[in-house]
Write a protein of this length. Sequence first.
Length: 263
Amino acid sequence: MELGIRSKVVLVAASSRGLGRAVAEELASEGASLVLCARDEDAVARCAAEIETRWGVPVLAVPADVAVHGDPERVVAAGIERFGRVDMLVTNCGGPPSGSFDSLTSEQWDEAARLILSSAVEFARAVLPGMKERQWGRILAVTSVAAKQPVANLVLSNSLRAAVTGFTRTLANEVAQDGITVNAILPGYTRTERVVELNEAAARREGIEPAEALARIETEIPMRRLGEPTEFAALAAFLVSERASYVTGQSIAVDGGWIKALM
């Protein structure tokens, strides 16, 4: 399927590893020019160089912390300076600390809100003027299945991913007439560094082996396995493509059937 992505400019946040890296690779394979950002300057520069070499597309690496006010706007500005525009935005970030409500401080709540919600808002605010001017754009927020079905011991993620869903759903209505779609994509348990870390933390809390904790997770998934980042990236690429022009305001899970809700 020709997605109409070739020569488009896509900004993918938190893209030096994990799901962000997988999405960047998928879009590069379709011929998109990329703006990548991550906190680790060396990691994002290395990622950009590898993608550029592998796929032959221009890639701009911008070291930035999306949780720091002003950094999302700075990344967008760098992309516009290099490429003249940003056609598609994929908001993304690392996960906040795990823990129950009683175990988390007010400072951790504030930090998580900046990381998850404020970053998505700031990125959107920075790209929307150009998208409205061109009457075309795509915004895709990477959230989590926790936005639809809470995950035990992840109160920060459960709360704030849901907030991003509310933001994207509202924004989708406001910019639909400008030719801009806004969607959210909800990864389930996927074989990323973050899931490995959470699994190991759970195993330590319960005094069991990580393999046992992983097996328990897999029994909750109808497909009985973790997802692969490439499977997630395939849907992300479609949702920011020309072909998805009538899909907006949606929150779509890539979870192997883990979410139990009907809708």
